[in-house]
Design a protein. Structure first.
Length: 317
Protein backbone atom coordinates (compact mmCIF):
# COMPACT_ATOMS: atom_id res chain seq x y z
CA UNK A 1 0.00 0.00 0.00
CA UNK A 2 2.85 2.37 0.88
CA UNK A 3 4.49 1.67 -2.48
CA UNK A 4 1.25 2.50 -4.32
CA UNK A 5 0.89 5.74 -2.37
CA UNK A 6 4.48 6.74 -3.12
CA UNK A 7 4.02 5.87 -6.78
CA UNK A 8 0.87 7.97 -6.91
CA UNK A 9 2.70 10.93 -5.30
CA UNK A 10 5.57 10.60 -7.75
CA UNK A 11 3.13 10.47 -10.67
CA UNK A 12 1.27 13.56 -9.46
CA UNK A 13 4.50 15.45 -8.79
CA UNK A 14 5.94 14.49 -12.19
CA UNK A 15 2.77 15.54 -13.95
CA UNK A 16 2.73 18.87 -12.11
CA UNK A 17 6.39 19.47 -12.91
CA UNK A 18 5.88 18.73 -16.61
CA UNK A 19 2.82 20.98 -16.63
CA UNK A 20 4.81 23.81 -15.05
CA UNK A 21 7.64 23.33 -17.58
CA UNK A 22 5.17 23.38 -20.45
CA UNK A 23 3.61 26.60 -19.15
CA UNK A 24 7.00 28.27 -18.79
CA UNK A 25 7.89 27.19 -22.33
CA UNK A 26 4.66 28.68 -23.68
CA UNK A 27 5.21 31.96 -21.84
CA UNK A 28 8.81 32.22 -23.10
CA UNK A 29 7.65 31.65 -26.67
CA UNK A 30 4.83 34.20 -26.42
CA UNK A 31 6.95 36.91 -24.80
CA UNK A 32 9.70 36.59 -27.42
CA UNK A 33 7.58 36.32 -30.57
CA UNK A 34 4.27 38.14 -30.12
CA UNK A 35 5.55 41.32 -31.82
CA UNK A 36 6.77 39.32 -34.86
CA UNK A 37 9.87 41.49 -35.23
CA UNK A 38 11.50 39.21 -37.78
CA UNK A 39 8.72 39.71 -40.30
CA UNK A 40 9.93 41.48 -43.46
CA UNK A 41 8.03 42.41 -46.61
CA UNK A 42 10.88 41.55 -48.97
CA UNK A 43 11.15 37.97 -47.70
CA UNK A 44 11.65 35.12 -50.14
CA UNK A 45 12.15 31.39 -49.58
CA UNK A 46 14.48 28.96 -51.30
CA UNK A 47 13.03 25.44 -51.38
CA UNK A 48 16.00 23.28 -50.49
CA UNK A 49 16.06 19.49 -50.14
CA UNK A 50 16.10 19.54 -46.31
CA UNK A 51 13.79 22.50 -45.78
CA UNK A 52 12.86 25.97 -46.93
CA UNK A 53 15.16 28.77 -45.94
CA UNK A 54 14.58 32.48 -45.83
CA UNK A 55 16.48 35.06 -47.85
CA UNK A 56 16.25 38.67 -49.01
CA UNK A 57 17.53 40.39 -52.14
CA UNK A 58 18.15 44.11 -52.34
CA UNK A 59 19.90 46.58 -54.68
CA UNK A 60 21.68 46.18 -58.01
CA UNK A 61 25.25 45.51 -59.08
CA UNK A 62 27.80 42.79 -58.38
CA UNK A 63 26.39 40.21 -55.93
CA UNK A 64 27.36 39.95 -52.28
CA UNK A 65 26.03 37.23 -49.97
CA UNK A 66 25.98 37.98 -46.22
CA UNK A 67 25.97 34.98 -43.86
CA UNK A 68 25.20 35.45 -40.18
CA UNK A 69 26.93 33.69 -37.27
CA UNK A 70 26.06 30.01 -36.79
CA UNK A 71 24.16 30.60 -33.57
CA UNK A 72 20.49 29.99 -32.73
CA UNK A 73 20.15 33.64 -31.70
CA UNK A 74 21.57 34.98 -34.96
CA UNK A 75 19.80 35.52 -38.26
CA UNK A 76 19.96 37.90 -41.22
CA UNK A 77 18.98 40.75 -38.87
CA UNK A 78 22.68 40.76 -38.00
CA UNK A 79 23.24 42.53 -41.35
CA UNK A 80 20.24 44.90 -41.36
CA UNK A 81 22.36 48.09 -41.29
CA UNK A 82 24.98 46.78 -43.69
CA UNK A 83 22.67 45.54 -46.43
CA UNK A 84 20.88 48.89 -46.70
CA UNK A 85 24.12 50.75 -47.37
CA UNK A 86 25.77 48.09 -49.54
CA UNK A 87 22.70 47.80 -51.77
CA UNK A 88 23.46 51.21 -53.33
CA UNK A 89 26.32 49.58 -55.28
CA UNK A 90 25.66 45.84 -55.09
CA UNK A 91 22.95 43.22 -55.24
CA UNK A 92 22.91 42.15 -51.61
CA UNK A 93 21.58 38.77 -50.49
CA UNK A 94 21.04 37.87 -46.84
CA UNK A 95 19.94 34.44 -45.62
CA UNK A 96 18.77 32.73 -42.47
CA UNK A 97 20.67 29.47 -42.27
CA UNK A 98 18.59 26.32 -41.85
CA UNK A 99 17.72 26.05 -38.14
CA UNK A 100 17.91 29.83 -37.62
CA UNK A 101 15.58 32.83 -37.69
CA UNK A 102 12.73 32.58 -40.22
CA UNK A 103 14.04 29.44 -41.93
CA UNK A 104 12.75 25.93 -41.30
CA UNK A 105 14.18 24.24 -38.21
CA UNK A 106 13.95 20.50 -38.81
CA UNK A 107 15.05 17.93 -36.26
CA UNK A 108 18.11 16.52 -38.00
CA UNK A 109 21.87 16.27 -37.62
CA UNK A 110 23.30 19.68 -38.53
CA UNK A 111 26.85 19.53 -39.87
CA UNK A 112 29.35 21.85 -41.51
CA UNK A 113 28.97 19.91 -44.77
CA UNK A 114 25.18 20.35 -44.73
CA UNK A 115 25.65 24.13 -44.66
CA UNK A 116 28.41 24.03 -47.28
CA UNK A 117 26.03 22.31 -49.69
CA UNK A 118 23.25 24.73 -48.80
CA UNK A 119 25.42 27.78 -49.57
CA UNK A 120 26.73 26.36 -52.85
CA UNK A 121 23.25 25.34 -54.01
CA UNK A 122 21.88 28.78 -53.14
CA UNK A 123 24.58 30.55 -55.15
CA UNK A 124 24.03 28.24 -58.13
CA UNK A 125 20.23 28.17 -58.09
CA UNK A 126 19.30 31.65 -56.86
CA UNK A 127 22.18 34.07 -57.43
CA UNK A 128 23.40 32.31 -60.56
CA UNK A 129 26.87 33.85 -60.80
CA UNK A 130 30.21 34.11 -59.01
CA UNK A 131 29.55 35.85 -55.69
CA UNK A 132 31.55 37.61 -53.01
CA UNK A 133 30.64 36.24 -49.59
CA UNK A 134 30.92 37.79 -46.13
CA UNK A 135 30.53 35.44 -43.15
CA UNK A 136 30.31 36.06 -39.42
CA UNK A 137 31.74 34.04 -36.53
CA UNK A 138 31.32 30.27 -36.69
CA UNK A 139 29.90 30.49 -40.22
CA UNK A 140 33.37 31.33 -41.48
CA UNK A 141 34.31 27.67 -41.40
CA UNK A 142 31.36 26.97 -43.69
CA UNK A 143 32.52 29.66 -46.12
CA UNK A 144 36.09 28.36 -46.22
CA UNK A 145 34.96 24.80 -46.84
CA UNK A 146 32.67 26.05 -49.62
CA UNK A 147 35.67 27.82 -51.17
CA UNK A 148 37.66 24.60 -50.90
CA UNK A 149 34.96 22.43 -52.46
CA UNK A 150 33.94 24.69 -55.36
CA UNK A 151 36.00 27.86 -55.52
CA UNK A 152 34.70 28.92 -58.95
CA UNK A 153 31.40 30.02 -57.35
CA UNK A 154 32.92 32.34 -54.75
CA UNK A 155 34.92 35.49 -55.43
CA UNK A 156 36.25 37.40 -52.45
CA UNK A 157 35.73 35.71 -49.08
CA UNK A 158 35.50 37.95 -46.02
CA UNK A 159 35.53 36.35 -42.56
CA UNK A 160 34.35 38.49 -39.64
CA UNK A 161 35.88 37.24 -36.39
CA UNK A 162 36.18 33.56 -37.40
CA UNK A 163 36.32 31.16 -34.49
CA UNK A 164 39.57 29.67 -33.23
CA UNK A 165 40.70 26.79 -35.46
CA UNK A 166 41.20 24.57 -32.40
CA UNK A 167 37.50 24.91 -31.53
CA UNK A 168 36.39 23.89 -35.02
CA UNK A 169 38.49 20.69 -34.86
CA UNK A 170 36.89 19.37 -31.66
CA UNK A 171 34.98 16.13 -32.20
CA UNK A 172 31.79 15.10 -30.35
CA UNK A 173 32.37 13.48 -26.96
CA UNK A 174 30.95 10.09 -25.97
CA UNK A 175 28.07 11.87 -24.22
CA UNK A 176 27.24 14.08 -27.22
CA UNK A 177 24.43 11.90 -28.58
CA UNK A 178 22.82 11.63 -25.12
CA UNK A 179 22.99 15.41 -24.65
CA UNK A 180 21.45 16.02 -28.06
CA UNK A 181 18.67 13.51 -27.39
CA UNK A 182 17.74 15.17 -24.09
CA UNK A 183 17.64 18.71 -25.54
CA UNK A 184 15.51 17.51 -28.46
CA UNK A 185 12.78 16.06 -26.21
CA UNK A 186 9.44 17.93 -26.40
CA UNK A 187 8.90 19.45 -22.92
CA UNK A 188 11.96 18.83 -20.78
CA UNK A 189 14.39 19.56 -23.62
CA UNK A 190 12.60 22.80 -24.47
CA UNK A 191 12.65 23.80 -20.80
CA UNK A 192 16.40 23.17 -20.54
CA UNK A 193 16.93 25.12 -23.77
CA UNK A 194 14.99 28.06 -22.34
CA UNK A 195 17.12 28.01 -19.20
CA UNK A 196 20.28 28.34 -21.30
CA UNK A 197 18.94 30.59 -24.08
CA UNK A 198 16.87 33.50 -22.79
CA UNK A 199 16.72 37.27 -22.87
CA UNK A 200 18.98 37.71 -19.84
CA UNK A 201 21.65 35.39 -21.27
CA UNK A 202 21.53 37.18 -24.63
CA UNK A 203 21.91 40.58 -22.98
CA UNK A 204 24.92 39.25 -21.07
CA UNK A 205 26.49 38.07 -24.34
CA UNK A 206 26.02 41.53 -25.85
CA UNK A 207 27.72 43.17 -22.87
CA UNK A 208 30.61 40.77 -22.47
CA UNK A 209 31.30 39.52 -25.99
CA UNK A 210 29.32 41.16 -28.78
CA UNK A 211 29.81 44.93 -28.31
CA UNK A 212 32.70 47.08 -27.11
CA UNK A 213 30.61 50.21 -26.51
CA UNK A 214 27.96 49.30 -23.94
CA UNK A 215 25.95 52.41 -24.81
CA UNK A 216 25.26 51.03 -28.30
CA UNK A 217 23.45 47.96 -26.98
CA UNK A 218 19.72 48.37 -27.60
CA UNK A 219 16.65 46.56 -26.35
CA UNK A 220 15.67 46.14 -29.99
CA UNK A 221 18.83 44.15 -30.84
CA UNK A 222 18.40 41.94 -27.79
CA UNK A 223 14.75 41.21 -28.59
CA UNK A 224 15.53 40.41 -32.25
CA UNK A 225 18.11 37.86 -31.11
CA UNK A 226 15.67 36.49 -28.52
CA UNK A 227 12.90 36.09 -31.08
CA UNK A 228 15.28 34.38 -33.50
CA UNK A 229 16.06 31.77 -30.83
CA UNK A 230 12.36 31.04 -30.25
CA UNK A 231 10.90 31.41 -33.76
CA UNK A 232 8.94 28.40 -35.09
CA UNK A 233 7.89 27.07 -31.69
CA UNK A 234 11.38 26.92 -30.19
CA UNK A 235 12.64 24.42 -32.77
CA UNK A 236 15.96 26.24 -32.74
CA UNK A 237 16.79 23.84 -29.91
CA UNK A 238 17.61 21.19 -32.54
CA UNK A 239 20.44 23.26 -33.98
CA UNK A 240 21.47 24.31 -30.46
CA UNK A 241 21.77 20.65 -29.43
CA UNK A 242 23.93 19.88 -32.47
CA UNK A 243 26.21 22.91 -32.01
CA UNK A 244 26.81 22.20 -28.33
CA UNK A 245 27.32 18.50 -29.00
CA UNK A 246 30.05 19.31 -31.53
CA UNK A 247 28.27 17.94 -34.61
CA UNK A 248 28.70 21.21 -36.54
CA UNK A 249 32.47 21.15 -35.99
CA UNK A 250 34.81 19.96 -38.71
CA UNK A 251 38.54 20.07 -39.25
CA UNK A 252 38.80 22.63 -42.04
CA UNK A 253 42.61 22.79 -41.98
CA UNK A 254 43.06 20.07 -44.60
CA UNK A 255 40.82 21.98 -47.02
CA UNK A 256 42.61 25.31 -46.77
CA UNK A 257 45.28 24.28 -49.30
CA UNK A 258 42.62 24.12 -52.02
CA UNK A 259 41.55 27.76 -51.60
CA UNK A 260 42.65 30.09 -54.38
CA UNK A 261 40.49 33.19 -53.97
CA UNK A 262 41.41 36.24 -51.88
CA UNK A 263 40.68 35.81 -48.17
CA UNK A 264 40.12 38.80 -45.87
CA UNK A 265 39.64 38.60 -42.12
CA UNK A 266 38.02 41.46 -40.22
CA UNK A 267 38.63 41.35 -36.48
CA UNK A 268 37.13 43.31 -33.60
CA UNK A 269 40.28 44.83 -32.16
CA UNK A 270 39.04 45.19 -28.58
CA UNK A 271 39.06 41.43 -28.02
CA UNK A 272 42.67 40.11 -28.28
CA UNK A 273 41.41 36.58 -28.98
CA UNK A 274 40.04 37.75 -32.33
CA UNK A 275 43.44 38.67 -33.76
CA UNK A 276 44.97 35.47 -32.34
CA UNK A 277 42.37 33.43 -34.22
CA UNK A 278 42.97 35.46 -37.41
CA UNK A 279 46.70 34.75 -37.19
CA UNK A 280 45.97 31.01 -37.09
CA UNK A 281 44.27 31.25 -40.48
CA UNK A 282 47.08 33.38 -41.86
CA UNK A 283 49.58 30.68 -40.87
CA UNK A 284 47.85 28.31 -43.29
CA UNK A 285 46.90 30.97 -45.85
CA UNK A 286 49.86 33.40 -45.92
CA UNK A 287 48.17 35.73 -48.43
CA UNK A 288 45.26 36.36 -46.07
CA UNK A 289 44.67 40.05 -45.38
CA UNK A 290 43.79 40.94 -41.77
CA UNK A 291 41.89 44.14 -41.03
CA UNK A 292 41.57 45.19 -37.38
CA UNK A 293 38.45 47.21 -36.63
CA UNK A 294 38.85 49.56 -33.68
CA UNK A 295 36.31 49.93 -30.87
CA UNK A 296 34.49 46.73 -31.81
CA UNK A 297 34.32 43.15 -30.60
CA UNK A 298 32.35 40.23 -32.10
CA UNK A 299 29.85 42.14 -34.25
CA UNK A 300 31.59 45.16 -35.82
CA UNK A 301 29.02 45.15 -38.62
CA UNK A 302 26.28 45.79 -36.06
CA UNK A 303 28.16 48.04 -33.66
CA UNK A 304 29.85 50.29 -36.25
CA UNK A 305 28.21 49.47 -39.61
CA UNK A 306 29.42 52.55 -41.52
CA UNK A 307 32.99 51.97 -40.38
CA UNK A 308 32.68 48.30 -41.29
CA UNK A 309 31.39 49.12 -44.78
CA UNK A 310 34.14 51.68 -45.39
CA UNK A 311 36.67 48.90 -44.82
CA UNK A 312 34.68 46.41 -46.88
CA UNK A 313 34.28 48.78 -49.81
CA UNK A 314 38.03 49.48 -49.80
CA UNK A 315 38.45 45.92 -51.11
CA UNK A 316 36.74 47.01 -54.32
CA UNK A 317 38.88 50.11 -54.95
Amino acid sequence: MTFKKNLKKITIFSGAALGAMHLINRVSYHVSTFENRLFTRDAEYYKWKLGNFFYTKQGAGSPILLIHDLNVCSCSYEWHHVKKILSSNHTVYTIDLLGCGNSDKPNLTYTNYLYVQLILDFIKDVIGERTDVVSSGASSGILLMACSVQNDLIGKAVLVNPENLLISTKTPSKFAELYRTVICTPVIGTFLYNIMVNKKAIEKDFRLDYYYNQNKITEKDIMYFYEASQKHHTKGKYLYANINSGFTNTNIIHGLRNITQPIYIFTGKENPENILAANQYQNYLPDTHIVELEKTKRFPHMERPEYFIDNLESLYL
